[in-house]
Ligand binder design. Sequence first.
Ligand SMILES: [Zn+2]
Ligand SMILES: [Zn+2]
Length: 173
Amino acid sequence: MAIRTDIFDLGGLRLSSGEGRRLDLAVVINAFELAGERYGVEPSPIETRLDISRTTGDGYALRVRFTASVVGPCMRCLADARPEFEVDAREVSQPGAGEELESPYVDGGQLDLRGWTRDALALVLPAQILCRPDCVGLCPVCGVNLAEAGPEHAHEREPDPRWAKLSELRLDP
Ligand SMILES: [Zn+2]
Ligand SMILES: [Zn+2]
């Protein structure tokens, strides 16, 4: 079992320029609040693989990879959803080399692994969390789960009174 880590001390590795290290670290990712519902992140903690390369000066090139499930109600049918996501994120921290090379997750040789992994997961989440990619959702008329009701589920179409009125209109030839 990997060691649970929130903040990782990059400087403590004492890598020299060009050296690298691969570590497996466990991290807890806080639940997300999406569309007013709570979506937990599992497993907790999550095993992550962290690749660290020391660049020049106090710089680091970082890569983190992990697989996480987001658990909560399907946004179409409200059944339990737990889609799984692969995350592969990179960061470069090169202090003094300009804003683009400053990572918001590295400060004084300390890596905010917990903050980074949560943001990296948030970036790969789709607009809708679904129980399955082809979830057909609920019937807009009666609210039944369409996946359970089957493809023959249908309602008699009541003609819209506005259209009925229009069809009474006759244009003179
Ligand atoms: Zn669904
Ligand atoms: Zn219906």
